[in-house]
Design a protein around this ligand. Structure first.
Ligand code: ZN
Length: 141
């Protein structure tokens, strides 16, 4: 096990949308039960802005918003798969769909439940996940 970040590729089903996310060997992911995530089985790996790069498919992304309008649900307009998006809990970062990574053979994913049906009570617990390590104020940790 290493905490070094490795760029791991992923994408939508038709491969029009391709991205890379810098992840260590072991990550914690959230399985959310909100109205959106439960229907599509989305599994969140939330990362800072700088640990994500879109390689292809900007023109193929469709942005769906609802409710607060803060989250940007980015679907491939060809195949309909949401491989990553801008989450309401972490508008300064990205959520990558663990199910859309190409190769998880070198990645251990610990999935924890997230109670998105009661989003207001729980969202703050996710805020740290998109924080850039370099600007973390609790530098003693
Ligand atoms: Zn697609």
């Amino acid at each position: 096990m290493s905490t070094a970040l490795i760029w791991r590729a992923g994408g939508c089903h038709c491969n029009s949308v391709r991205f890379e996310a810098a992840l260590p060997d072991r990550v914690t992911a959230q399985a959310c039960n909100c109205s959106m995530c439960e229907k599509v089985g989305y599994v969140h790996i939330i990362i800072p802005q700088t640990r994500f790069r879109l390689l292809e498919g900007q023109d193929h992304l469709t942005d769906y918003t609802f409710n607060s309008g803060v989250a940007h649900h980015l679907f491939c307009r060809i195949c309909g798969v949401k491989s990553f998006y801008r989450p309401r809990s972490n508008p300064d970062g990205w959520s990558v769909n663990a199910r859309c990574l190409d190769d998880v053979s070198t990645l251990t994913i610990d999935i924890e439940p997230f109670d998105g049906r009661h989003w207001e009570q729980h969202a703050a617990a996710l805020a740290h996940l998109s924080r850039e390590p370099s600007i973390r104020k609790d530098a003693s940790i």
